[in-house]
Design a protein around this ligand. Structure first.
Ligand SMILES: [Zn+2]
Length: 217
């Protein structure tokens, strides 16, 4: 759960070029500032001392997301015209409780994808556009905390994308009909790993974040 605050830059602001562009991706960033909060980052956009041509559509903090540019408009966040016009830029703060920030950003990213009819395949790192070390808190071992890396973030986005009700289905496994529950979404069959493992004769335990399957003896 997060609170979305709209604090849009006024029309004509030097960091708000405007426009009306369909968005085909979401680009994830982190601020490269281990101290600042989402509120600090929003204030910086209005600070006369800020002469950088850099801005984001949204910034995610701990349980809060602030918007500075409307989705349809251009924001200078990934250094290339196609990205700036066609990608929703989401920043993550680097301060505070890292797990909460990633959780907030993942849930919000899922909501943006749904709103624009996009899927997790349409998520990009800033790195993908320009090779910049961003979001460094998810891709650079020097800044990753407790193993919460890009893969972890994507797992959390998946979690928030799959909000459907499971349906009871029959699956054929080795020619045998078995019952299972699944959610069919985004062209994927989501079946509980534990159920699937049971059917195939495996047991599942978790090692940290990683499921480990072992054939039952
Ligand atoms: Zn970036």
């Amino acid at each position: 759960m997060y609170e979305l605050k709209r604090d849009i830059l006024y029309a004509g602001h030097r960091l708000r070029p405007g426009g009306n562009f369909r968005k085909t991706s979401v680009t994830i960033h982190s601020t490269a500032n281990p101290m600042s909060t989402a509120e600090n980052e929003r204030k910086w956009l209005d600070n006369p001392a800020n002469t950088r041509d850099a801005v984001w559509h949204y910034i995610a903090g701990e349980g809060v997301v602030i918007q500075s540019i409307p989705d349809v408009e251009e924001a200078w966040h990934c250094g290339r015209k196609t990205g700036n016009t066609k990608s929703v830029g989401i920043e993550m703060i680097e301060s505070g409780d890292r797990r909460k920030v990633i959780e907030t950003c993942a849930e919000f990213t899922a909501d943006v994808l749904k709103k624009h009819g996009l899927s997790v395949k349409n998520i990009k790192k800033h790195f993908d556009w320009t090779g910049k070390n961003c979001p460094r808190i998810l891709i650079d071992p020097q800044y990753i905390k407790n193993g919460m890396d890009w893969e972890y973030f994507m797992d959390r986005v998946w979690f928030f994308m799959i909000d459907g009700e499971p349906e009871k289905i029959k699956m054929i496994v080795n020619g045998e009909k078995v019952e299972a529950e699944r959610i069919l979404k985004y062209g994927y069959n989501f079946v509980k790993l534990r159920d699937l493992a049971d059917i195939l004769g495996y047991s599942v335990v978790s090692m940290g974040n990683m499921p480990v399957l072992t054939a039952k003896g």
